[in-house]
Design a protein around this ligand. Structure first.
Ligand code: ZN
Length: 364
């Protein structure tokens, strides 16, 4: 995750957060928010009324069953193996840092390619070169795309970034910033969830095609004040928009109808309130996911609007793909050397996977 903040009034937060994205220095001026970030306030109201409705459902629930039993009560086809997902998380972290353009990233790409191909996915690398402001040379990056049912035209994206930050810049002791940082939850957790979910994908009953997308260059930041974020998702969004504009009427057409981004989903006792940009830019998708979570008793999903987070979903929304970020804003090890598998658990990944699989079964 790139950067977050909270506690401001909702409307003020929207304006300020747009400023954060484009200048990264909110104290330096108050630019007009760009037009594509101005979202009708109606969608916010929709989310609020949805939250109120879900609250009504919750308060009428019986609470005499143990939490785990309630959580699984209406699904007997439990196939997501949280312990195996944690095993994948550890495997990824054993590689060490997975910084864009590094040997660690190449090793991770090899591991993932082998894993997804062995389970029937079609793996592609979307390569590009990125130049970071603070760095003397450009670096080669690649988003990884794993396609399931590649022939289907209506498609959805499940995604995460898969690079790690070169510096642990939330460590209070600056001398520690350059120690090896494995970023287990921040990046690793989304990858681990999708590695585990891949076991179900080949024969999964859904009407849409599914693409797992791993974004590179989300964390390629050496100077947080000056550097750019989101190289991979911005490249992906631009490539998609360009491709869409070239299509001829009646010609072959693949279209993304939704995207779900996962970031920091494996903390202990995680909480996923509705992220503000998701609520404003993809309100209908937020309602679908959080309603399913309430129905399935996935209590990590909190039915209130939380902080505004700058993350890879912004570039997807700009490309016309409604995109939601499922994120635990309050993970205490964010960008610290203690973001390790020992500070993660499978519980959040399991709940996210249950919501996603139920959603994929229903989507038309
Ligand atoms: Zn991060």
């Amino acid at each position: 995750m790139a950067r977050y903040f909270g506690g401001l009034l909702f409307g003020l937060a929207v304006v300020v957060s747009c400023g954060w994205l484009f200048i990264s220095r909110p104290w330096a001026g108050q630019p007009e928010p760009p037009a594509d970030f101005v979202i009708p306030t109606q969608s916010v109201e929709d989310v609020r009324s949805h939250a109120a409705r879900v609250n009504e459902v919750r308060t009428s629930e019986t609470i005499d069953k143990p939490a785990r039993e309630q959580f699984a009560a209406d699904r007997d086809d439990v196939v997501f193996d949280a312990a195996r997902a944690m095993g994948y998380l550890k495997d990824i972290c054993k590689i060490g840092p997975r910084i864009s353009g590094s040997d660690g990233m190449t090793k991770q790409q090899e591991l993932l390619k082998k894993h997804f191909e062995s389970l029937g996915g079609k793996v592609e690398l979307q390569s590009f070169t990125a130049r970071q402001e603070s760095q003397p040379r450009p670096v080669d990056m690649a988003n990884m795309i794993v396609r399931w049912h590649p022939d289907r035209k209506r498609r959805v994206i499940l995604c995460s970034h898969y690079d790690t930050r070169p510096i642990a810049d939330q460590e209070p002791d600056r001398r520690k910033w350059h120690e090896p940082f494995v970023s287990a939850n921040d990046g690793g957790s989304g990858v681990a969830l999708l590695m585990e979910l891949a076991h179900q994908m080949k024969d999964f009953k859904t009407e849409v095609g599914v693409d797992f997308v791993f974004f590179d260059g989300e964390e390629y930041v050496f100077d947080p004040e000056r550097d750019k974020y989101f190289f991979g998702s911005e490249h992906f969004g631009r490539a998609y928009s360009k491709d869409k504009s070239k299509r001829v009427p009646g010609g072959p057409r693949q279209e993304y109808v939704a995207a779900v981004l996962m970031d920091m989903i494996a903390g202990k006792n995680p909480r996923f309130p509705v992220e503000q940009h998701s609520a404003m830019q993809a309100g209908a998708l937020v309602r679908e996911l959080w309603s399913i979570a309430a129905e399935l008793k996935c209590k990590a999903f909190v039915d209130r609007v939380g902080s505004a987070v700058l993350d890879d979903h912004l570039a997807l929304n700009r490309a016309g793909i409604p995109a939601v970020d499922i994120i635990d804003f309050n993970y205490p090890h964010w960008h610290r050397l203690t973001d390790l598998p020992d500070n993660c658990s499978g519980e959040g990944m399991e709940q996210v996977a249950r919501v996603l699989t139920a959603w994929l079964e229903r989507i038309k």
